[in-house]
Design a protein around this ligand. Structure first.
Ligand SMILES: Cc1cc2nc3c(=O)[nH]c(=O)nc-3n(C[C@H](O)[C@H](O)[C@H](O)COP(=O)(O)OP(=O)(O)OC[C@H]3O[C@@H](n4cnc5c(N)ncnc54)[C@H](O)[C@@H]3O)c2cc1C
Length: 385
C-alpha cells in the first residue's frame, strides 16, 4: 500500500521481498474470505485497537472504510458487508485482488525484487539485502519497512528483523501470539472423537469480556473466532499465572431457569445425554464437553442447567506463535512519530503488523495495516516535496 501511494505520487519505488513472491499472508487471509474491514461505528471500530487506538486513530480517519472499499473496487473487487458487519470482497478471495494490484503497481513502474532479505544497514547507511551469497545494497530518499509480525513464519514474516532493528537502538517489543489458540489437556478419548468439531452458538467470557460465536476443538486444545476475540487477556493471564479459566455458556439464548424447565419436562428414566439431545438439541460434542470438563457422569435438572451456563475450561498454555493469526509486539509505538516515521531515523517509516499493536479478527488487522502504510506514504510524499 505504501508502494501504491508513493508510485501514484510519482515516486520511483523498489519493493524488496524475502520470499519468491509477495503478499503470501494476504493470500492466506483470502482463504477465510479476506475480511478487509468492519462496518461498525467508528468509535467502536477504533476501540478494537486497545492501547494503540490513540496512535492509530488518525491513520484510520485518513483511510476510512469508504477509501478502503474504493481501493478494492478500483482493483475490480466489489465488496459487501456480511451479516456480522464484516467487509469482504464479493469474490471472497485475495488472489484476484492481489493479481490486479501487482499489475497496477508494475504498470506504474514499481520494481519488485523478490528473494532478497533485508539484513539491516551498512556503515554508509545503505540498506543491505541478501540472498544466499548474493548481497545487494540500495539507498532511498524514503524507506518504508513493512516486514510484518512473527506469526505463520513460513509465509515470510518471521520477525528476524527484530534483532537488526534493536541493534540500531530502536525499541522493539518481543513478539507474542495474538488471535491464537490455547492448550487444553483433553483426554485421549475426547480428543480423538472431537478434534476438528466446532462448538457453535456459544458464549465465551473472561475477565469481564463476553463474546458470542464459535470455537473449535483441536488436537492441542481450543481455537476459533470467539477464542481469538478473548486471546489477548487470556494470554496475559496465562503469562502471569500459568493458566486461565475460560467461562463457557453452551446455551446463551436460554436462561438457566428455561434450561432447567426443559430438562425437567423430560422423562426421568432416560440418561442425561438423551435428555440434553431431546430438550436442547445438544450435539454430541457439547454433551461430551460437559462430561470431559466436569470429569463425571452428568446429573440432571437444575445442576445440569447451571453447568450448561457456567462451564469452565482450564487453559494450560498459549499455542505457539507460528500458529497464531497475528502477533503482538514489534516496533514500540513511542519509537515512531504520528506518521509512523522512526524517531532518530529521518525518512524511515515502519508500518503494518511490525508495529506493536494488536486487534481481534474482524478486518481490523488488514485495515490498520493498510491505513498505517497510507499515512506513512502520504507523509513521505510531503517530505520529498
Ligand atoms: C491465516 C490468516 C488469516 C488472516 N485473515 C485475516 C483477515 O481475514 N482479515 C484481516 O484483517 N487480517 C487477517 N490476517 C492478518 C493479516 O493477514 C496481517 O495482519 C497482514 O497481512 C499484515 O500485513 P503486513 O504487510 O504488515 O505484514 P505481512 O503481510 O506479513 O507482510 C510482510 C512481508 O514482509 C516480508 N519480509 C519479512 N521480513 C523481511 C525481510 N527481512 N526482508 C524482506 N522481506 C521481508 C514477508 O515475507 C512478507 O511478505 C490473517 C492472518 C493469517 C495468518
Amino acid at each position: 500500500m505504501a508502494a501504491e501511494v508513493l508510485s501514484a505520487g510519482g515516486v520511483a519505488v523498489t519493493l524488496y521481498e524475502r520470499m519468491p513472491s509477495v503478499g503470501r499472508k494476504l493470500l492466506i487471509a483470502g482463504r477465510g474470505g479476506l475480511n478487509l474491514s468492519h462496518s461498525e461505528p467508528f468509535d467502536r471500530f477504533a476501540a478494537r485497537y486497545g492501547a494503540a487506538a490513540a496512535l492509530l486513530k488518525p491513520a484510520l480517519v485518513a483511510f476510512p472504510l469508504s477509501d478502503l472499499v474504493a481501493w478494492a473496487e478500483g482493483l475490480g473487487q466489489e465488496t459487501f458487508v456480511g451479516s456480522s458487519g464484516r467487509v469482504f470482497p464479493k469474490s471472497m478471495k485475495a488472489s484476484p485482488l492481489l493479481r490486479a494490484w501487482l499489475r497496477r503497481l508494475t504498470a506504474r513502474g514499481v520494481v519488485i525484487k523478490t528473494r532478497l532479505e533485508w539484513r539491516g544497514w551498512d556503515a554508509e547507511n545503505a540498506l543491505v539485502f541478501q540472498s544466499g551469497a548474493n548481497v545487494v545494497r540500495d539507498t532511498g530518499d524514503i524507506v518504508v519497512l513493512a516486514l510484518g509480525g512473527a506469526s505463520w513464519p513460513k509465509l515470510g514474516s518471521n520477525g528476524a528483523w527484530r534483532k537488526t532493528v534493536v541493534a540500531r537502538g530502536i525499541d522493539v517489543k518481543p513478539f507474542r501470539p495474538s488471535n491464537c489458540g490455547f492448550v487444553v489437556d483433553w483426554s485421549d478419548v475426547f480428543r480423538s472423537r472431537f478434534e476438528g468439531e466446532p462448538l457453535k452458538g456459544i458464549e465465551l467470557s473472561f475477565d469481564g469480556k463476553t463474546v458470542r460465536g464459535e470455537a473449535l476443538i483441536t488436537r492441542a486444545g481450543i481455537e476459533g473466532g470467539a477464542v481469538y476475540a478473548l486471546s489477548a487477556p487470556l494470554r496475559d493471564a496465562i503469562e502471569a499465572q500459568g493458566h486461565a479459566r475460560l467461562h463457557v455458556d453452551l446455551r446463551p439464548e436460554l436462561s438457566e431457569a428455561e434450561i432447567a424447565g426443559r430438562l425437567e419436562r423430560q422423562r426421568s428414566d432416560q440418561s442425561a445425554a438423551n435428555a440434553l439431545r431431546k430438550a436442547l438439541a445438544m450435539p454430541p460434542v457439547q454433551i461430551n464437553l460437559l462430561r470431559e470438563v466436569l470429569g463425571k457422569a452428568l446429573e440432571g435438572g437444575a445442576t445440569l442447567a447451571r453447568q450448561i451456563k457456567h462451564l469452565e475450561i482450564e487453559l494450560r498454555a498459549v499455542q505457539p506463535i507460528d500458529r497464531a493469526i497475528s502477533s503482538a509486539g514489534g516496533v514500540a509505538l513511542d519509537a515512531v512519530d504520528a506518521d509512523f516515521m522512526i524517531r532518530g531515523l529521518p525518512g524511515t517509516y515502519a508500518v503494518g503488523e511490525m508495529l506493536d499493536w494488536e486487534a481481534p479478527t474482524g478486518g481490523y488487522l488488514l485495515h490498520a495495516t493498510l491505513a498505517t502504510a497510507v499515512t506513512a506514504a502520504r507523509a513521505a510524499l510531503l517530505r520529498l516535496s
